[in-house]
Write a protein that binds this ligand. Structure first.
Ligand code: MF3
Ligand code: CO
Length: 260
């Protein structure tokens, strides 16, 4: 352990990968079920069932993250349009054509965790929303490519932030990625906005496993907390997108664990 950052062996990374593969499979099924008329709670039920089938446990359900007072009450975060992250899956919200539905999901199996998120467009979406999605996906891809031993964490942050600028969208403040492995949230914090970079940088080393998760919004980097205590929204009501992969820093470079 170095500065509180865990380093994982090849064998352990294989176990993290098992968790990540289940996350990817379930997210794939969920994406196919995102349609007008479906509620976030319907997706929650599918996620629980598909996780159980695979012998895993939802990582977020009843888990108290380090940034919150209370345990999270669901397996999924479903964040629609102006909801950025940690959206509580509701029974009374209906998904509609044109929506951007972000689904964030994690599992634990055999003592190891995996975490991933996707944003699914519902039917036809506006060009602005299309650009926002492309920017966020592109930022994740470019950031993953930087997850190499010897690179600095700040290079990942800079890549994410500058990709947002290139597309004319905003990297939200205060929320970001994290180390992951035996626990869902480990050191280091991986900001999306360069204003959130601390004074100390972190050099990436072989054996680190991090979740990289750009969250971009169309009109602002500022967010507000919804009255439900969890859901985070954009301050200006503009839509947002979120993509996340769990990535291992290996001797052969970055390895995306949450890709099928
Ligand atoms: N991927 C999200 C994150 O890292 C999932 C958190 S869910 C919660 O913040 F349970 F921790 F809320
Ligand atoms: Co995460």
């Amino acid at each position: 352990m170095r500065k509180g950052i865990e380093l994982y062996s090849f064998k352990e990374i294989e176990r993290i990968r098992r968790a990540c593969q289940i996350v990817a499979e379930v997210l794939h099924i969920l994406a196919e079920n995102v349609k007008p008329g479906v509620t976030p709670w319907d997706l929650e039920m599918i996620a629980r069932e598909e996780t159980k089938k695979r012998g895993a446990k939802p990582a977020f359900l009843n888990y108290r993250p380090p940034f919150h007072r209370d345990p999270y009450p669901a397996a999924l975060c479903v964040s629609i349009n102006d909801e950025v992250v940690h959206g509580l899956p509701k029974k009374d919200r209906v998904i509609e054509e044109g929506d951007l539905v972000s689904i964030d999901f994690g599992v634990i199996i055999d003592g190891y965790a995996g975490d991933s998120a996707i944003t699914v467009p519902v039917g036809r979406i506006t060009e602005d929303r299309e650009r926002l999605m492309r920017a966020t996906k592109e930022a994740l891809e470019r950031a993953v490519a930087k997850a190499k031993a010897g690179n600095w964490l700040s290079e990942i942050v800079e890549t994410i932030h500058s990709t947002a600028e290139e597309y004319g969208v905003y990297p939200v403040l205060r929320y970001g990625g994290h180390g992951i492995g035996r626990k869902v949230h480990e050191e280091p914090f991986v900001p999306n906005n360069r204003k959130d970079l601390g004074k100390k940088d972190v050099k990436l080393r072989q054996g680190m496993v991090i979740a990289i998760e750009p969250m971009f919004a169309l009109g602002t980097e500022e967010t507000i907390q919804d009255g439900d205590g969890w859901t985070v929204r954009t301050k200006d009501g503009s839509p947002s997108a979120h993509f996340e992969h769990t990535v291992a820093v290996t001797k052969d470079g970055p390895m995306i664990l949450t890709e099928i």
